[in-house]
Design a protein. Structure first.
Length: 133
């Protein structure tokens, strides 16, 4: 878990935007991330777009629905093996079943020894609790 990119939420609806800068020093390992509540589950939707691989191709999803999910399927982005900083954005509207800590996690997509995947300084999590009445 990235302790700089986590918040405490209540059993309510939130709008999130993650602006993530990342890098990796292996083309085999790449970078993956997901997000999850530490307890309970979440329902709603999320979408993402980002720079992917040496050719700066675009990795995009226009929307994925969640229904009482404990986590999402990890999203993978490519790296060039030189720690070139790349970026992606995730937007989500989520309803939590309980008060909890909402976490962003990241790792190498394929574990490769003596290499690293990094979430870079300056990455941002913006959020807003939405009124339910």
């Amino acid at each position: 878990n990235d302790t700089d990119l986590q918040i405490t939420v209540t059993a309510d609806v939130y709008h999130f935007q993650f602006f993530i800068m990342y890098s990796g020093n292996t083309t085999a390992g790449d970078y993956k991330f997901d997000f999850l509540p530490s307890t309970g589950d979440m329902s709603g939707w999320y979408s993402y777009i980002g720079s992917n691989t040496i050719a700066d191709a675009i990795n995009v999803s226009t929307g994925i629905r969640l229904n009482a999910a404990a986590t999402i399927t990890a999203i993978a982005f490519g790296t060039d093996g030189s720690h070139t900083v790349r970026q992606f954005m995730v937007e989500a509207m989520l309803r939590f079943s309980a008060g909890t800590t909402f976490n962003l996690r990241f790792a190498q997509n394929t574990q490769t020894s003596s290499t690293a995947a990094r979430t870079k300084k300056g990455s941002i999590l913006r959020y807003r609790k939405l009124p339910t009445a």
